[in-house]
Ligand binder design. Structure first.
Ligand SMILES: Cc1ncc(COP(=O)(O)O)c(C=O)c1O
Length: 527
């Protein structure tokens, strides 16, 4: 049988199903089967813009056909995926506010009752494809250059923002970050199956890129639709402003950032400055910046980009899907997330839950939310048996990006932890800095937030809550280079009240052969 599968500039004639398969080796077999069936059933030509005759060479602009199939509603099997805003009201499932819903093309941050919002996907439409189909589809996109699916976030586009046009997407091919085995560090704490998900090895050096690509893409769409959005703004402990300003700069959208003066690292501060954002350094803490930005964005046509905005959760949740994917769709036992405003812990929960509900995996991991003792409102709430929640005034911490006393996503976090048999743990300044230094000695270069998560791991290991063979993933949320000053201070033992027990200061040595030899013999125990 002959089938014509054409594109605007190339018409390829496949003489048989085998011929079609052999000439399309870059695609996985289940996708090919579907495309072939569609082309038979619908008599419709399917697009591949360039097809190389050499299966080892894949042209830059090769499209992934199963996605174009989704986007064509005329095809009988094709699903029309959609998503909308609904109030986040997890505790009261009988609550009639579930009828309240909004299009993603509206600018809205809270429900009528002032609750947080959530992006709700049409799960029935997604369920028309089984877990195997989704696994194959997602796997087929990793590491490719195809726009926008080569991004770890947009490789899961149907689960993120299914209705956005590819042309509106603003992406730096974020995501698909390493999941590395921490063998040596694991050995230090008697663990055999310890992993670190390096979300900070990313475009702007933190996991914030995952959410910001989604938010800025949607803003880009709204602006193209003619909506009056003069700028996008956020309050930030550093990383959000870096990600927002970078993605807005890509799309040429004006950005305003509110930063607490002297409470972000130089590396974080310089990012929005370099990307051309309007940077306001305010004499208050993050919570003060957050209060101000909410008031300002209520008055002016400025779009609010803080994690109150649930679009960001949609991108961040892909890190959880990626973890399952990287373990060949097996679920780890524990995932530990350093947390401040508490959006990310919910994002992980949502990603793992969707994988389970849509049949890609069979369970969800136990989540651990790790907080700095100096900014620990969730930890105190957890310790009270979820009875007594009070915001705190966050004190200075080396983990400055999580120095937040009144977290916006408190309800989301409690929901995530209750439904994952989760735990909250805290880390003092000494514990988090020592954990960083210990991890760095094994070849990592961790940020202090990752230190909070590692220190929570050490404590849970010591208590026997996490077992030696439990597969455990620590989420590293930022690149250590953004927080180099804290390491400089630690290794030069300049931090008062801290022993800095793993400090490794440089040695001042006279520049002569004898002095250098003496020191090497001594330090390396050479006779
Ligand atoms: C490096 C880093 N780690 C952790 C967090 C905490 O994430 P969340 O505020 O979603 O809890 C943030 C964000 O503020 C961050 O920048």
């Amino acid at each position: 049988m002959e089938r014509n599968i054409n594109s605007s500039n190339i018409n390829i004639r496949y003489h048989s199903k085998r011929d079609f398969y052999e000439n399309s080796r870059a695609l996985n077999s289940s996708s090919l089967q579907k495309i072939w069936e569609f082309s038979l059933g619908c008599g419709r030509s399917l697009e591949r813009s360039v097809v190389s005759t050499n299966p080892n060479i894949r042209a830059m602009s090769t499209r992934i056909p199963d996605v174009s199939v989704h986007q064509d509603t005329s095809l009988s099997l094709a699903a029309k995926f959609s998503a909308k805003y609904v109030p986040f009201s997890p505790y009261d499932t009988t609550n009639p506010t579930v009828d309240e819903e909004y299009s993603l093309d509206e600018v809205i941050y809270r429900s009528k009752e002032g609750k947080l919002l959530d992006v709700k996907h049409d799960m029935d439409a997604l369920k028309r494809f089984d877990g195997k189909y989704w696994r194959n589809l997602f796997d087929s996109r990793v590491g490719r250059t195809t726009w926008p699916y080569g991004s770890g976030v947009w490789g899961k586009k149907e689960w993120v923002l299914p209705e956005i046009s590819d042309d509106d997407i603003v992406s730096a091919f974020e995501g698909n970050t390493y999941l590395l085995r921490a063998e040596r560090f694991g050995h230090e704490i008697a663990m055999n199956d310890l992993w670190v998900k390096h979300c900070g090895i990313s475009h702007t050096g933190s996991f914030k890129d995952l959410g910001m690509t989604v938010l800025v893409s949607q803003v880009n769409r709204l602006r193209k639709m003619g909506m009056r959005i003069n700028a996008v703004a956020c309050a930030s402990t550093g990383d959000t402003s870096a990600a927002l300003s970078a993605y807005c700069a890509i799309a040429n959208i004006p950005t305003v950032v509110f930063l607490p003066a002297d409470k972000v690292s130089d590396a974080q501060l310089v990012q929005p400055i370099a990307n051309g954002a309007l940077v306001l350094s305010l004499d208050t803490d993050f919570d003060g910046c957050m209060r101000l930005i909410k008031e300002v964005t209520a008055e002016l046509p400025i779009y609010l980009a803080n994690s109150l905005n649930c679009l960001r959760i949609e991108g961040q949740k892909t890190a959880a899907i990626e973890i399952c994917q990287q373990f060949e769709w097996e679920v780890p036992d524990w995932v530990i997330v350093p947390s401040g405003n508490l959006g990310n812990i919910y994002a992980f929960y949502k990603g793992f839950s969707m994988c389970k509900e849509l049949g890609l995996t069979d369970r969800i991991p136990r989540l651990v939310c790790a907080q700095a003792s100096n900014a620990n409102p969730l930890y105190l709430y957890y310790k009270s048996g979820w009875k007594d929640y009070k915001p705190v005034v966050a004190r200075t911490t080396f983990a400055s990006a999580i120095q937040i006393g009144d977290p916006v996503s408190i309800d989301r976090a409690v929901y995530a932890l209750r439904n994952s048999d989760g735990i909250v743990e805290e880390a003092t300044e000494e514990e988090l800095m020592d954990a960083c230094a210990l991890a760095d000695k094994s070849g990592m270069f961790t940020c202090p937030h990752t230190g909070v998560a590692l220190s929570a791991l050490i404590k849970l290991r010591e208590k026997g809550v996490i077992g030696p063979n439990d597969r455990t993933v620590v989420v590293s949320t930022a690149h250590g280079l953004k927080f180099a000053q804290s390491k400089v201070d630690y290794h030069s033992k300049k931090i008062s009240d801290l022993e800095c027990k793993y400090a490794n200061p440089p040695l001042q040595v006279k520049a002569d052969f004898g002095s250098v030899m003496d020191i090497l013999r001594k330090k390396l125990s050479l006779t």
